[in-house]
Design a protein around this ligand. Structure first.
Ligand SMILES: Nc1nc2c(c(=O)[nH]1)N[C@H]1C(S)=C(S)[C@@H](COP(=O)(O)O)O[C@H]1N2
Ligand SMILES: [Mo]
Length: 525
């Protein structure tokens, strides 16, 4: 056998050894994370740490590029990097057995640091899964790259195919792989069953009827045109934006919420029953993400059920700054360590700010914040819509910067008046004649006064507005276009009830939301 072939075979062994060791390490870490908490498993915590440190522009790009699959892409990316490291260490172990095994331990320490450094990490125990995994991984690497894996004869090219050394190596490799698969599977299953009690608590939940039901929607709020976004976003189509790699599954029966801080004369500590035992309101509200680009998808509308937040704050003794209150910022904290800051003045100005427990006639879905989330109509999600909320602290904007504010986003962020063309789609091929152009426009808590459409550089033409829903919802519009042959650009702009008309000045989403007008290029032939 040529030495080149011998070298290739031993490199392949090295790679295989490394990958199997890494696999074993991850499997053990997954199993150990059951005893600590699911979020402390290395893939989740390293992923979270990457999210925390990713520059805002890149994060924005990833959300745009991959949408809700951004988290999957991230985890696959981390797996790929880990596999590279593992393969490298496996090859290194052919020469430097101890050094390479030590390298695995170093990777474990990196994982442990990532896990304990997450904003939701409350204990150094979060380091344990990564460390246990690394110890096992290092051990596997050390053993597999030992005499069992490289018979002395391999060095002088004398190892024939299927020699005892190779058979031993393959058997050991297969054994470790099988064991790791079993342990990893067990870990996944156990982690899943800790979510089961939360799922049971949601399934058993019967939400009370609202003391103040949602006002009936006027006929004609939904034009029901093909291609047009429905007035109420259908189940499962509501946009989702958050930093959670694992959707928190909180058990409603053990959920608690504290309301405390500056100017709170009567701190509250509520459980779920305390909360839903109060008068509930039901409202249609359109939620929007600050990361929504002009024409983007991160805007959705639902009928929410919840408890008025201004009443809870009043009960806690909180006054808005305009009436002498000491706190101008409410910081909401979620079970996964996210912090969102909202002006107290806005929450207490009479709008329907709430702690929501229901969405479209059901308990909140887990990914939308079960059991309780905050909503403040008119404000972007990142300054108002805390999901999986567990703590409300009254403080000042001077005293505390929340998660996204530390990362270049504005402290205060009312939703900007915007409009979108839903149909025709970009680059649609159309026939000359009547074409229905339609879309939505939103200016939550202000209302939409007018929508206009323009073809190329032509005059602005007033669109027909759908019937007006509640003040905090979007509004549909449509316009009949006598389309003529050729390539055309359709552009839309909305005017809200304060008299503001959307500027054509395009700005990015950072720091407080995009401006500019949506346009769509079509081909009429
Ligand atoms: N706990 C938690 N709450 C959160 C977030 C988050 O990352 N974590 N993201 C916020 C952002 S940026 C938005 S736009 C809304 C989105 O709510 P949705 O996913 O229910 O549409 O949730 C807000 N609440
Ligand atoms: Mo957002």
């Amino acid at each position: 056998m040529s030495t080149r072939r011998g070298r290739a075979i031993s490199a392949a062994r090295g790679v295989l050894t490394g990958l199997v060791s890494g696999y074993a390490a991850l499997a053990v870490a997954e199993l150990v994370s059951v005893a600590v908490r699911p979020e402390a498993s290395p893939l989740t915590s390293v992923g979270g740490a990457v999210v925390d440190r990713t520059p805002t522009a890149v994060k924005d790009w990833a959300i745009r590029q991959f949408g809700t699959a951004d988290k999957l892409v991230l985890q696959l990316g981390i797996l790929a990097v880990l596999a590279l490291f593992a393969a490298f260490l496996g090859v290194l172990a052919l020469r430097y057995r101890r050094g390479a095994s030590l390298g695995v331990l170093v990777l474990g320490v990196v994982g442990a640091v990532a896990a304990t450094g997450r904003p939701d990490s409350v204990s150094v125990l979060d380091a344990v899964p990564s460390l246990c995994g690394a110890v096992v991984g290092a051990g596997v690497l050390y053993i597999l790259s030992g005499p069992l894996g490289s018979p002395a004869s391999a060095h002088d090219g004398g190892a024939g195919a299927g020699g005892p050394g190779r058979r031993g190596f393959l058997l050991a490799t297969a054994g470790v792989t099988a064991a790791a698969t079993g342990l990893g599977y067990l870990g996944r299953r156990l982690n899943a069953s800790s979510a089961a009690s939360a799922e049971a608590s949601r399934a058993a939940l019967r939400l009370p009827r609202p003391a103040s039901p949602a006002p009936a929607l006027p006929r004609g709020v939904d034009l029901k045109l093909p291609g047009l976004t429905p007035f109420t976003t259908p189940k499962g189509r509501f946009y989702r934006v958050d930093t959670a790699l694992v959707v928190p599954r909180v058990d409603a029966d053990s959920w608690r919420l504290r309301i405390h801080g500056k100017g709170v004369t009567n701190p509250l500590d509520l459980d779920f029953r305390d909360l839903v035992g109060r008068d509930l309101i039901e409202r249609d509200i359109t939620l929007t993400c600050v990361s929504n680009e002009v024409g983007g998808p991160y805007v959705s509308s639902a009928r929410w059920l919840g408890v008025r937040l201004d009443e809870l704050l009043a009960e806690a003794g909180v006054k808005p700054p305009s009436r002498g209150g000491q706190a101008d910022q409410l910081v909401a904290r979620s079970v996964d360590g996210m912090t969102l800051g909202t002006p107290v003045e806005t929450i207490m100005d009479g709008r329907d700010a709430m702690l929501a427990v229901g969405m479209n006639g059901e308990p909140l879905p887990f990914k939308h914040g079960f059991p309780v989330r905050m909503l403040v109509p008119g404000l972007f999600g990142y300054v108002s819509a805390c999901k999986w909320i567990q703590d409300i602290e009254l403080t000042t904007f001077d005293a505390y910067d929340t998660y996204w504010v530390k990362r270049d986003w504005a402290r205060e962020a009312p939703i900007k008046t915007q409009s979108r063309i839903d149909t025709p789609r970009p680059f649609a091929r159309l026939k000359p004649g009547q074409v229905v152009v339609a879309g939505i426009a939103w200016a939550q808590h202000k209302g939409i006064e007018r929508v206009e459409v323009r073809v190329d550089d032509g005059p602005w033409e007033e669109a027909d507005l759908a019937a007006e829903g509640p003040l905090d919802t979007w509004r549909q519009w449509s316009w009949r276009w006598p389309a003529t042959r050729g390539g055309h650009t359709l552009q839309v702009r909305a005017t809200d009830r304060t008299g503001y008309t959307q500027t054509d000045r395009r700005t990015g989403t950072v720091p407080d939301g995009a401006t500019g007008r949506h346009s769509v290029v079509v081909d009429v032939n």
